[in-house]
Design a protein around this ligand. Structure first.
Ligand code: ZN
Length: 194
């Protein structure tokens, strides 16, 4: 399979959402990436079964790791693997925060810094705009596509990870100025969650 066909398959399978933190790739300035769940340096192959659509912050924090410490039990556990695990069995949404429900969920949320303040603020703003699932909407997300509106968010990876990046507390404005070229294109509505 060509790399382009593989990317299309992985993107469509994930409904354009990061398979870890669920942010839609139209709501970040950088295209989501294809993460090798088992890194190539560990023998992982570039095949659909070993790939996950991943936003830049999740991918950078995960790196080539396959395990991480559960902050609650202080034990080393496998990271969440969207090809094996169901998102809802390992995580839940508490407002804009993603809470780990299992050792794997907690370790993944911690390692990938799901709840870094700026990322939580972005999700809170996207929830207001109907671009990110709320807890009660998880099962009915596919029916919300008619209500989705373009979101002018432009966030750099540095902003998402730097402690000096101060999140905006306003819910009626994005944390960063709009980049029109990104947002003028038509968005694919999410049709399912993992
Ligand atoms: Zn992510």
């Amino acid at each position: 399979m060509t790399s382009l066909r593989l990317r299309r398959l992985v993107t469509k399978r994930a409904a354009d959402r990061c398979e870890f933190c669920l942010i839609h790739q139209d709501d970040v300035p950088q295209h989501h990436e294809m993460d090798h769940l088992v890194a190539r340096k560990h023998g992982g192959r570039t095949v659909a079964e070993n790939l996950a659509l991943t936003c830049l912050p999740c991918n950078r924090h995960k790196g080539s790791d396959q395990t991480a410490m559960d902050p609650e039990t202080q034990t080393l556990v496998p990271l969440f693997n969207p090809r094996i695990h169901a998102w809802r069995e390992h995580f839940e949404l508490d407002g804009a925060r993603i809470r780990g429900l299992t050792p794997t969920g907690r370790a993944t949320a911690n390692l990938l810094q799901f709840n870094f303040p700026v990322r939580v603020d972005i999700r809170r703003w996207l929830i207001v705009k109907g671009r990110y699932p709320q807890r009660v909407q998880l099962s009915g997300w596919r029916h919300l596509s008619h209500a989705l509106t373009p979101i002018p968010v432009c966030i750099s990876f540095q902003t998402l990870t730097s402690p000096s990046g101060r999140p905006s507390r306003r819910q009626d404005a994005p944390p960063r100025p709009m980049r029109p070229s990104v947002w003028n294109r038509e968005r694919a509505a999410p049709d399912r969650l993992p």
